[in-house]
Design a protein around this ligand. Structure first.
Ligand SMILES: Nc1nc2c(ncn2[C@@H]2O[C@H](COP(=O)(O)OP(=O)(O)OP(=O)(O)O)[C@@H](O)[C@H]2O)c(=O)[nH]1
Ligand SMILES: [Mg+2]
Length: 311
């Protein structure tokens, strides 16, 4: 049985090995992914994003429990290896193990060492998990919008996790985050000022107005620490997904994701080919040392190299 076939059977070891190959950039991974691609497109990908310490991992654990209870196969991708997952409380202890329940798979992808390739690794990892039959894939990322990882490129449902007492810092949220979320939550609603934060967020979302031709992102109060508000959050996630499917938002996003993915692959392929050619004919070294010596500026240098490629 090929690795791809084993992944399709949902074999954990094959899934883990393939994701490692993706992480390491092994070319063989692409051959497996090509076989898996036609089996993808069934998972709902949920992005959880928010400031460090907002409670994303705690909330992820709650979502895991909720979805497992509903009988879903759930996978989690943590783009932050420091996050700790309990497996949705399936085991009592906090445990850093990927496999604590037969319907659960947890994987961390580290930001270190990827040199900008992390987002590609995420995209491919999602495809593996989707093909392996995980129906809900949760991605935890720190940051909102400006970070290297643009969660919107991967997730069909984006949940932005806020906390009370943002006080004057609410200014820092501004339009940027109000554009990325499909659902906003105020986690740690057991703390004071939660209601004020909720009403601030509602005001801001009213200024931005409905998204995607009619969806008004709801603002929910949640206490991830004890699960309060989690069933309501799950209901909103599912509701948004249905809305987005029927309103054509998902197919629009799919086209944007396809373009993004093709662009990334193409950039890499074109660059590799170009560099190889320029290295073979010596132009790369020649031009680089001219720029280094100050005989040539890098802009003219790049134009010159481009001309060489066209010859
Ligand atoms: N009071 C209160 N504390 C909470 C709640 N949810 C999470 N916390 C606490 O907030 C802290 C951060 O929680 P995490 O779930 O690790 O937050 P995170 O957003 O994943 O953090 P990073 O991954 O480091 O960005 C922990 O000490 C949690 O126990 C809540 O609902 N109420
Ligand atoms: Mg975390």
């Amino acid at each position: 049985m090929s690795m791809a076939e084993a992944v399709l059977q949902g074999e954990i070891r094959a899934i883990s090995r393939l994701i490692s190959k993706i992480e390491n950039g092994e070319p063989d991974a692409l051959e497996q992914l090509k076989q898996l691609y036609q089996h993808t497109g069934n998972a709902v990908v949920i992005g959880l994003t928010g400031a460090p310490g907002a409670g994303k991992s705690t909330l992820t654990n709650q979502l895991i429990s909720n979805y497992l209870e509903k009988g879903f196969k759930v996978a989690v991708i943590a783009v932050d290896p420091s996050s700790v997952f309990t497996g949705g409380g399936v085991l009592g202890d906090r445990i850093r193990m990927p496999q604590v329940h037969k319907n659960l798979y947890i994987r961390s992808l580290a930001t270190r060492g990827y040199l900008g390739g992390l987002s590609k690794a995420i995209g491919k990892t999602i495809k593996v998990l989707d093909a392996a039959g995980y129906q809900r894939i949760i991605i935890e990322t720190v940051g909102t919008g400006q970070s290297e990882i643009e969660i919107r490129n991967f997730a069909q449902v984006v949940v932005v996790v806020n906390t009370p007492n943002m006080g004057d810092d609410i200014q820092t949220l501004k339009a940027g985050i109000m554009e990325i979320g499909d659902i906003y939550i105020v986690n740690k609603a057991d703390l004071p000022e939660a209601d004020r934060t909720v009403s601030d967020l509602i005001k801001m979302s009213q200024i931005v107005g409905p998204k995607h031709g009619g969806w008004m992102p709801p603002v929910l109060k949640v206490i991830a620490a004890d699960g309060t508000g989690v069933p309501e959050l799950v209901a909103e996630i599912e509701k948004y997904y249905l809305y987005a499917s029927s309103a054509g938002v998902l197919s629009m996003n799919k086209l944007a994701m396809a373009k993004n993915e093709l662009m990334e692959e193409l950039k890499e392929a074109i660059l590799a080919e170009a560099l190889q050619k320029l290295q073979e004919n010596g132009k790369w070294e020649e031009c680089s040392s001219q720029v280094a010596k100050g005989e040539l500026d890098p802009w003219t240098g790049a134009e010159h190299l481009l001309k060489c490629l066209k010859q």
